[in-house]
Design a protein around this ligand. Structure first.
Ligand code: ADP
Length: 256
């Protein structure tokens, strides 16, 4: 049986995918302070879960910002290419991929084979990224995984600050004024979705937006992105590991 691996060392989470034949096995771990250790540990842990040894893996491709620190990979491929490849594999057609990760957001126009036709990204400012949501969640005393349930169906408040630091202060002022935390979160989600779509809209309108990255796990963000874009938004299974999956597919190309 052919086995390939993709290792995506992101700023927040390290994702490893093993393609065991056609089966997708994966693992997600926090990256922490050492991208190198995170990559090695996550890879070793998934090997153990799958029940194979390093020599059983035919090829390994690394991606994500920490890919340069991985010494055990056969090749490194950019996140843009890996996300495109993984997303096309998951939905079986081309379209516009919107990936919102920990420290950047990207819009990638792809064809059916996952080839990148064009792309744009924000990696200069935390607003419009998962980090922004983490800062706001901390200010509100909740975990980032709780944001969606709190915000669904609420009345989004207008959030005027674009900068993460000012938005955090604005949120604290809104709380002090007695505003409901759930309406604040809904407003924050809407502001992130609008910000990301203002970057991605140069490729729209599109038949559908393929939403990937950690923030795509947030159901209310899916709704807010649908409203901001005016396009149907799909979140395929394995969307958080789309980059690692793309890397494992590139690894498969290398040996075929
Ligand atoms: P990176 O590749 O940069 O490490 P990810 O694509 O893994 O980033 O996304 C990380 C972000 O996803 C976090 O900053 C957080 O905002 C968000 N996130 C992760 N898990 C969840 C979850 N269960 N629910 C909502 N948001 C999540």
């Amino acid at each position: 049986m052919q086995i390939t691996a993709g290792i995506d060392v992101g700023s927040v989470a390290t994702k490893v995918v093993m393609l065991v034949g056609e089966e997708i096995k994966y693992l997600i771990k926090p990256t922490g302070w050492s991208p190198r250790d995170a990559g090695v540990k996550a890879y070793d842990e998934l090997l153990e879960q799958v029940g194979c040894s390093p020599k059983d893996v035919n090829c390994r491709v690394g991606t994500g910002y920490g890919r340069v620190s991985l010494s055990f990979i056969d090749k490194a491929v950019t996140e843009i290419h890996c996300h495109a490849r993984g997303a096309a594999y998951l939905i079986g057609k081309g379209g516009l991929v919107v990936d919102i990760g920990g420290q950047d957001s990207k819009a990638i126009l792809i064809n059916q084979k996952g080839k990148v036709l064009d792309f744009t990204m924000n990696d200069k400012c935390a607003a419009g990224t998962g980090r922004f949501l983490q800062v706001i969640a901390t200010a509100l005393g909740v975990d980032v995984s709780e944001l969606a349930d709190l915000a669904v169906g609420r009345n989004p408040l207008e959030i005027n600050s674009m900068c993460t630091v000012f938005a955090e202060s604005e949120v604290i002022s809104l709380l002090a004024k007695g505003e409901d935390k759930r309406d604040i979160i809904a407003g924050i989600h809407r502001s992130v979705a609008r910000r990301v779509w203002s970057m991605a809209s140069r490729f729209g309108p599109v038949e559908q937006v393929i939403f990937t990255g950690g923030v795509a796990q947030n159901k209310d963000m899916q709704d807010k992105l649908t409203q901001a874009s005016g396009c149907p938004v799909v979140v395929p299974e394995f969307s958080q590991v789309a980059g690692a999956l793309g890397a494992a597919l590139y690894a498969r190309d290398i040996i075929s």
